[in-house]
Design a binder for this molecule. Structure first.
Ligand SMILES: *[C@@H]1O[C@H](CO)[C@@H](O)[C@H](O)[C@H]1NC(C)=O
Ligand SMILES: [Ca+2]
Ligand SMILES: [Ca+2]
Length: 230
């Protein structure tokens, strides 16, 4: 008799606790989608992302920007909280999302210790996320950062150098790459942010690090324009 009363009391308590808890699903809001968004994250893929973590009232609890270290993990292996396993699926590099995770898909009723401070039990967490990179680890094809579709242009240097100063600025270079991709004449390596690919291609060519790609430094198709040589 005594024990059944105890059991009833305990189960009522559990019931009350469950009723209070938000057992809803993860909420995913896409806040930025890149123009080209075709290579999507899926189970078994390697992902790299930045995040700002807040409570629903906007108070910050953590951010990857503080240490400038991305979260690097493989999707689908329980390396991150359940809510993020769901929230980061079907996402392309450069995409941004706001992912709201109810407690039972985050740390539940446990206190989570952070580098600084801790997340109280029963917290709903809001992550603003930017996916930096998504890779299929089984794919070991050579990784060109950019390639031509159809005919290779004959004079990319001249076409990029819009202001005709015989050197290519970062802006000219970025505009040209985007123009080629927009007109389906070129393709960026999928799985990385286009701005990162442009940065890498630019610094690879700007060997003397003066912030411009000279005619000699330029690695793409180019024609020396003789009348300019005087
Ligand atoms: C985090 O917040 C900072 C400052 O507002 C912002 O610059 C950064 O883009 C945010 N990061 C993400 C992943 O949303
Ligand atoms: Ca120029
Ligand atoms: Ca240079």
């Amino acid at each position: 008799m005594v024990s059944s009363v105890v059991i009833l009391a305990v189960s009522l308590q559990i019931f009350a606790a469950l009723a209070e808890e938000d057992l809803g699903d993860v909420k995913i809001e896409v806040t930025f989608k890149p123009k080209r968004c075709i290579f999507l994250s899926r189970e078994g893929y390697f992902l790299r992302y930045h995040y700002n973590g807040t409570y629903p009232d906007g108070t910050k609890f953590d951010s990857s920007h503080e240490t400038d270290e991305t979260v690097d993990f493989v999707l689908g292996r329980g390396e991150v909280i359940k809510g993020m396993e769901t929230g980061l699926r079907g996402m392309c590099a450069g995409e941004r999302r706001k992912i709201t995770v109810p407690p039972h898909l985050a740390y539940g009723d446990k206190r989570e210790e952070l580098l600084e401070g801790s997340i109280p039990p029963g917290s709903t967490l809001v992550f603003e996320v930017e996916l930096i990179e998504v890779l299929d680890p089984m794919d070991d094809l050579p990784k060109n950062l950019f390639w031509w579709v159809g005919e290779t242009p004959t004079n990319s240097f001249g076409d990029s150098d819009v202001n005709r100063d015989k050197k290519i600025s970062k802006e000219e270079f970025a505009n040209y790459c985007h123009m080629m991709a927009d007109s389906d004449k070129g393709v960026f390596l999928p799985g990385r942010r286009e701005q990162d690919l442009i940065d890498d291609m630019f610094s690879f060519q700007d060997r003397n690090r003066d912030g411009f790609i000279s005619f000699h430094e330029f690695a793409g198709p180019k024609i020396h324009e003789k009348h300019d040589e005087l």
